[in-house]
Structure formats: C-alpha cells, structure tokens
Design a protein around this ligand. Structure first.
Ligand code: ATP
Ligand code: MG
Length: 589
C-alpha cells in the first residue's frame, strides 16, 4: 500500500469494530459470566456478570521474538479491549513442546509492555498459558470420543496422508472410523498413559471425509509425542494439535472475539464445529467465542517470516535478535523507534480482509511524526571538517543560544559554546560550488545556525589533496538574536560545533535491511537483496550536553534525523547513538 492508499484505509470503516458494535447492540454478550479464571462451563456457571464487555487475546507461541507483524496484532487486540471496556488476555500458546523456551516468554512480555499494554484488569492478571489447559483439553477429547465425535485411528502417517484426498477428490474413510466409542476411549487412555509409540496412532475428529474443506476431513486432534514441555515437563506424552487447542483456549478464557490472520479462515468451520460439540456436551459456556480474520502485515524492505529471521541471526547477517536493522521489537527498541510510533502505525494502516503490502516508509513516517513532537533538538556533525574563523580571537569563547524545540518554545534554549575552531559537515563546503549550492565556498557567506554570519576565504589541503580545513572570517555584529543581526541576508544556514567542546563518539547510521521492496521475490535468494549500507559507523562530533544522555533518550540531530542513545552499548558519560530514522524519506522515487 502506498501512502495515499494507507490514508484511505485509515478512514475506511474497521470491519472488526463494526462486528463488535453489532454484537453489543444485539445483546449477544449480555448474559456472559466470568468465574474469575479460565475454565470449563462449570467455572463460569452461576458466576457474576463478566465485568469485561469483550475479551480478546494476544496468543503468541513462545518460539521466537516478536516482530512488527505481531505489533499490529498486539495494538489491535489490546486496543479493541481498551476501547470497548474489555480485557485483552496475554496468552502463551505453548501447546507444542518443541522449540519453546522461557527466554522467549520473557522477551515477549517485555515487548508487549514496551508497546504500552498490560494484562491487568479488574484486579486480575490475565496472563495465561495454554499448557495450563491440557487437562481440560484432554477431558474434552474423552467427551468427543464418548459422544461419537472422535475416534482413535491406527493408520500410519502415510496412510493418513494418502486417504485425505485433494482439493478435487474427497477423502476416504478410515477403517477405524466406525470402531466402538468404548474401544477408542480405551486406546486414547493408553495413548495418554504412554503405552503406544510416537506416531503409531492419532485421535481424529469424526466430521466428514468428503467435505470440500479439507480441514473438516476428520482432522487429527491429538498425537503421541514424547517430548519434555518447558512448563509441564514429562507429564504428557500426547499433545493436542494447534487447531484443536486454540478454540478450546479461547472458550475456556471466555474470549468473545478471537482475532487471527487470514490463513486461518479455512479453519473457522472446524473452530465452530468443535466449540458447538463441546457446548452441546455441557463442557463449554455459551455464548461461544467467534473467530474473525484480518490480513497480516506485510512490510516492504524487511522479512517477517520467523524462518528467515532465524536464518539472518544464525548465519550472522545481523548481530543478534536486537540488531537495530531487524524488524523485531527488541531491535526496534534499540534502534530508537517508539511505542507511540507503532501504535500510530497500527491505527493508520487499519485492518482489512485482503492481503496487501505496506510501504516501509509508512512506518518511518509514523516514527517521525511521534519523534518530532517529543525529541529535543541537538547538534551533531557526522562527517566533521574543521572550520577556522581567522578573525576570531585566539583562546576566546562565548555562548550561543539554541532552542530545544523550535515548535515548542516553552522547552527553552540551551547554550552552545562558540570558539575560533569549529566542526562543520564536510558536505557543507565545496571548493568549486555546484549550481544552486548556497553553503560554504570561497567568497560566499552563510549563517552558522544560532551563531554568526561568516564569509569563506579558502581552504587547506593535505598531502593527498583532501580538504583538511576551511577558513573564514566572521561578522562580530551578526550574532543571532542580537539587534541588527537580521540585516545580514544569506541563503545558506549550516550547523557547527566548537571543536574544543564537542563530544566525539560512535554513531551508527541504520537504514533499511533490504534494498529490494520484496526481498526474495520470485525464486530469488532473499539474502541477495540485503542492503550492504543498512549499517554505517561514523565517528561523529556531538554538542557537549549529549555526553550525559541516558540510555534510550531520543533526540533530533538537526538536519540528520532522530537518534537514540543505545541502551546496550552506552556507558555513563559515554553514550553511543543509533539513528532511528532520517528526517526525510530518501527512498521515495
Ligand atoms: P508461526 O509461524 O510460528 O506460527 P506466527 O508469526 O504466527 O508464527 P505466533 O506467535 O503464532 O507467530 O503469532 C502470535 C499472533 O500474532 C497470532 O495471533 C498471529 O496471528 C499474529 N501475527 C503474526 N504475524 C503477524 C503479521 N505479520 N501481521 C499481523 N499479525 C501477525
Ligand atoms: Mg502462529
């Protein structure tokens, strides 16, 4: 999506809000109760009315770091709960024992909090783990078997695959499909008790092998897997399939709107089938949750696939999960992106039912918009060249005053020391000026921002012919803010720092991770699209006060962009800075 298209989407009605409005108007949830904790129907039966008008959830699998796509989902789910007087549950969908770790759990909680959300409401911490529901899920499975809605299938994995059918051919009934419920129940209990080998049998829902929707062709709901779970240890050797577990998690938590990405649309009939069966059996409280799908975030110039992100980290194309070039939230935080910027972004791109791409520039614009309001202005010279004011007294110094925020005068001014030798940007001088160049060149006058007007007299070169210093004379009566200073009319206005006072430090200039809009489009290896210039280190000079910047303090370095003191590598009195975003979009064509 381009910028105008994004603006249109933001104004377009949000179909999820419309659905919620309609549900509320129709009194669909008026009868809901909340037993104080997630649970089967008995937990909620007879309990007080649910103080939460709606319940949503953010259900990551703790198998990786959150990325910008998750930020969209977080802002959506927590934002809806906030706006409707509801609650959003923070839930770890940890039903898959492999690849899940506590370290991911901690980092996910940090990221959600950093984005500005929390899961405390009405005096309760709504932080849940799907693995806490294994008993309820198992109980539901036994019920399904008993009621004739599920059976244990002893076919091999190949047989299961071969009899599933295709998009054009229906599936074939399993020879185990009509076995007596009591026999399936006995097998299921043996599976649970570890009496059968991994993969030797599965529990399947009994729905319809000729359904045009493959997801309804007797999907597997439990499998045998001897694996140690990071929370339940070795208690279980059977684990529920995601498609079975997720609807039950929602129902136990009394979720009203279960919002997920479009690829789950074909799962919705199974979601509804399963919950309806369990409600019929009295296991689940009504009204049941409803699944609503929206288009996932696709962002140009980055990759959001977990597999590709892992590859970037493991093959060391980036320096770890929090490398500011990565589209993970830990990386964004280090880079200086702000939670407010992400929330603005989520609001602006809205939610839709069809997949599309969002330009990376849209995210950057949201960051600029927020940072512009909150970031104090400071001076930085990123590519220093010495400027000598030959008619300024040796050893003298004075203060110039620079506003902390030109649009917010109440933030006051700060002193900038001025002396005979300054640093200016190398690009602010040309020995032979190009057409339309108004900055320093021999014979030209410019204003040193918040300081004096100077006239360039020439330059020095080193043995290699490189310009090593620029010379000028200043006009003593031209100091900004003094009477008569505005009689000097100049076209150029450049920033500078006193060489004797400047703080020298490392500044990292970050840019987009991939040069290509769609990295790896077609069959191309996405690594070929990496942007070699996504990280540049410079030894910069900064105004003296920046030496005391605290980790995560953000500034606008005038004419350059928004920068943050790195939260990992900065030391007290010795911060290093990361560029979050430039002032203007250099990628616009
Ligand atoms: P996996 O491939 O491991 O399932 P995932 O990206 O779906 O990866 P989850 O941890 O399952 O990761 O995601 C948690 C939630 O974030 C889900 O509800 C999912 O719909 C949402 N989500 C993930 N990626 C995006 C995205 N690109 N845009 C919007 N929402 C997303
Ligand atoms: Mg997922």
């Amino acid at each position: 999506m381009t910028k105008p298209a994004v603006a249109a989407a933001a104004h377009a009605t949000n179909f999820i809000r419309n659905a919620i409005d309609a549900d509320m108007a129709g009194g669909k949830y008026a009868s809901r109760t909340w037993g104080g904790a997630p649970g089967l129907a008995a937990t909620h039966a007879g309990a007080a009315a649910d103080p939460a008008k709606i319940r949503t959830r953010f259900p990551p699998e703790p198998n990786g770091y959150l990325h910008f796509g998750h930020a969209k989902s977080i802002c959506l789910n927590f934002g809806l709960a906030r706006d409707y007087g509801g609650v959003c549950h923070m839930r770890f969908d940890d039903t898959n024992p492999e690849k899940e770790e506590q370290a991911y759990v901690d980092s996910i909680l940090d990221a959600v909090r950093w984005l500005g959300f929390d899961w405390n409401a009405n005096g309760t911490e709504h932080l849940y783990h799907a693995s806490d529901y294994f008993d309820a899920m198992y109980q539901a499975a036994e019920y399904l078997v008993t009621a004739g809605h599920a059976y244990v299938d002893e076919q091999s994995a190949e047989e299961l695959r071969a009899t599933r059918g295709t998009l054009t051919e229906h599936g074939i009934d399993s020879p185990w499909r009509e076995r007596p419920a009591a026999e399936s129940l006995a097998r299921l209990r043996e599976m649970r008790d570890g009496r059968h080998a991994d993969g030797s049998m599965v529990l399947r829902a009994k729905i319809d092998m000729s359904s045009p929707n493959i997801n309804l062709r007797d999907p597997a709901i439990y499998r045998i897997k001897r694996a140690t779970h990071h929370r339940t240890g070795d208690k279980w050797c059977i684990y529920p399939m995601y498609t079975y577990a997720h609807p039950i998690e929602d129902a136990l938590e009394q979720i009203t709107h279960s919002i997920c990405t479009l690829e789950f649309e074909d799962q919705r009939p199974f979601y509804d089938w399963l919950l309806a069966r369990l409600a019929e059996g009295g296991l689940l409280a009504r009204p049941l949750p409803q699944q609503i799908e929206f288009a996932r975030l696709n962002l140009t110039h980055v990759v959001l696939s977990k597999r590709k992100l892992i590859q970037l980290v493991e093959e060391k194309h980036v320096d770890g999960w929090d490398d500011p070039r990565l589209p993970t939230l830990v990386a964004a935080r280090r880079r200086g992106y702000s939670p407010e910027g992400f929330r603005l972004f989520a609001e602006r791109i809205g939610v839709s039912k069809s997949d599309s791409w969002i330009e990376y520039g849209v995210l950057e614009e949201c960051m600029r918009e927020h940072l512009n309001q909150v970031a104090p202005r400071r001076t930085a010279v990123l590519d220093p060249l010495r400027l000598v004011i030959d008619n300024y007294p040796q050893g003298a110094e004075e203060e110039c005053l620079a506003p902390n925020h030109p649009q917010q005068p109440e933030l006051g001014k700060r002193p900038l020391p001025f002396s005979r030798e300054l640093w200016i940007e190398r690009e602010d001088f040309m020995e032979i000026p190009a057409k339309g160049y108004f900055r320093l060149y021999p014979g030209n006058k410019v204003r040193l921002r918040y300081g004096f007007v100077v006239e360039c007299t020439g330059c020095d070169k080193d043995a290699a012919g490189q310009i090593s210093a620029v010379h000028c004379n200043y006009y003593a009566d031209s100091k900004s803010g003094t009477p008569g200073s505005d009689t000097y009319k100049v076209k150029g206005n450049i920033h500078w720092l006193s060489a004797a006072h400047a703080y020298e430090c490392e500044v990292r200039l970050f840019d987009r991770l991939f040069r290509a809009q769609h990295p790896g489009a077609g069959e191309r290896d996405f690594l070929l699209d990496l942007n070699p210039d996504a990280k540049k280190l410079v030894s910069a000079r900064l105004e003296p006060a920046l030496k005391d910047a605290l980790p995560e303090e953000r500034f606008q370095f005038e004419r350059h962009g928004y920068f943050v003191a790195d939260r990992i590598d900065s030391r007290p009195g010795a911060p290093v800075f990361n560029r979050a975003v430039t002032l203007k979009d250099a990628w616009q064509k």
